[in-house]
Every structure is written in C-alpha cells, then in structure tokens.
Design a protein around this ligand. Sequence first.
Ligand SMILES: [Zn+2]
Length: 72
Amino acid sequence: MTFGASMGAVADSLPVPPIVLGVAVILALALWGWRQYYQFCPHCGALARRVYAGWRRCRRCGRQYRRGLRLR
Ligand SMILES: [Zn+2]
C-alpha cells in the first residue's frame, strides 16, 4: 500500500496540515453515507427521508415525491 508515502509527499506541498485533510475525508464519507438515507425534497428543497419504494410526503410542503424524482 503506497498511500502513506504519497500522502507524505502531498502533505509537504500543501498549505494545510494533514489532520485537516483527514477531517475532510471523514466529512466526505459522512456526507456520502448521509445521502444514502436522506435526500432533498424535489419541490421545496427541505430535508426528507430517501424513498426506496412507493411515495412519501414532504413534511414541509406536503407534496409527494418518489424515488425516480430528480434529486438535489
Ligand atoms: Zn417539500
């Protein structure tokens, strides 16, 4: 695994400490996991549970959305 060596070289050329990069990676992973369970309402943009089957009703605008609908 060459990740450690290349990471060191990259860290030397960056203006931010490696810990910041680590936090960024963790945040990116958290964001990715979050997207598996939540989505934004296609109508009003409010946070809503992701639909896996059928329809769900948005709590904020009251309109229904379903899985195939455009995601934001
Ligand atoms: Zn809505």
